[in-house]
Design a binder for this molecule. Structure first.
Ligand code: ATP
Length: 270
């Protein structure tokens, strides 16, 4: 659809307060915020501000959230695009979309470009061509590389990209001056799951019987997205039962439902 192909520019209202855990990733991303807010602080010494930052981590660990928080904290526009959109594109469309995206971002600099699922375009060329040539994907990748290189230094645009498969990316993308900075995100440990539950329970009307420690203990291996999902599902279950508040039992039921869903998903993929 054409709607899917329009460049999305949004004002992000996401802040660091919305992100729990991810202490190291947050610290690294704060530096990017400062590059956007105080570029002169760096350029006066002759430093070149990084152009591309790759966010690497399993699904649902907060890559998109971090990218939006950069835009929200620095108060700059956020232009986004998903690599998987290119897969369905007609010849020439992918490359011109990339060109357009960079043009708009430069016009609105300082700004952020976010490319989600970059592996869909940036998969190593040899790997992708083992099975079939995909000229369109390759054209798009080449355009992306050209834009990254053609970008003068210190244009005020920082490109963030996300992947959960850094190992399959074309090495050309990771060269100096391109996506040469990597920020790693991991699944949360128990303490971090407690913090993520706190963020997502905060807006709910909750009963006093809620025990976040227990919930976090019962969710090993869950991502931030899974936890956000449990919290919303718990509120839906409570609403369905016409409760006045969301109870611990609703969270437990939501957890069971999501564990069931995850197990089904794993059965399909393994
Ligand atoms: P994918 O690889 O599937 O695109 P992602 O890493 O980009 O996933 P997000 O889209 O950022 O993950 O996360 C989805 C949702 O999960 C967020 O909108 C947020 O509600 C919740 N979430 C994930 N991580 C965290 C976190 N560290 N703190 C708070 N909420 C989180």
């Amino acid at each position: 659809s054409t709607a899917k192909l329009t460049t999305r520019e949004t004002k992000s209202s996401t802040t660091f307060n919305d992100i729990a855990g991810l202490k190291e990733a947050k610290a690294e991303i704060m530096e990017i915020v400062d590059f956007l807010k105080n570029p002169k602080h760096y350029t006066r010494l002759g430093a070149k501000i990084p152009r591309g930052v790759m966010l690497v981590g399993p699904p649902g660990t907060g890559k998109t959230l971090l990218a939006k928080a950069v835009a929200g904290e620095a108060q700059v526009p956020f232009f986004s695009l998903s690599g998987s959109e290119f897969v369905e594109m007609f010849v020439g469309v992918g490359a011109s979309r990339v060109r357009d995206l960079f043009k708009q971002a430069k016009e609105h600099a300082p700004s952020i470009i976010f490319i989600d699922e970059i592996d869909a375009v940036g998969r190593s060329r040899n790997r992708a061509n083992l099975f079939q040539a995909n000229d369109e994907r390759e054209n798009t990748l080449n355009q992306l590389l050209a834009e990254l290189d053609g970008f003068g230094v210190n244009t005020g645009v920082i490109v963030l990209a996300a992947t959960n498969r850094a190992d399959i990316l074309d090495k050309a993308l990771l060269r100096p001056g391109r996506f040469d900075r990597h920020i790693y995100l991991e699944l949360p440990n128990k303490k971090e799951r407690v913090e993520i539950f706190e963020v997502h329970i905060r807006p709910l009307k909750k009963s006093k019987d809620i025990d976040i420690e227990t919930l976090a203990t019962l969710c090993p291996g869950f991502s931030g997205a899974d936890i956000a999902n449990i919290c919303n599902e718990a509120a839906l279950i409570a609403a369905r039962k016409k409760e006045k508040e969301v109870h611990q039992s609703d969270f437990m039921a939501a957890r069971d439902r999501i564990v069931g869903g995850l197990e089904r998903k794993n059965r399909i993929t393994s």
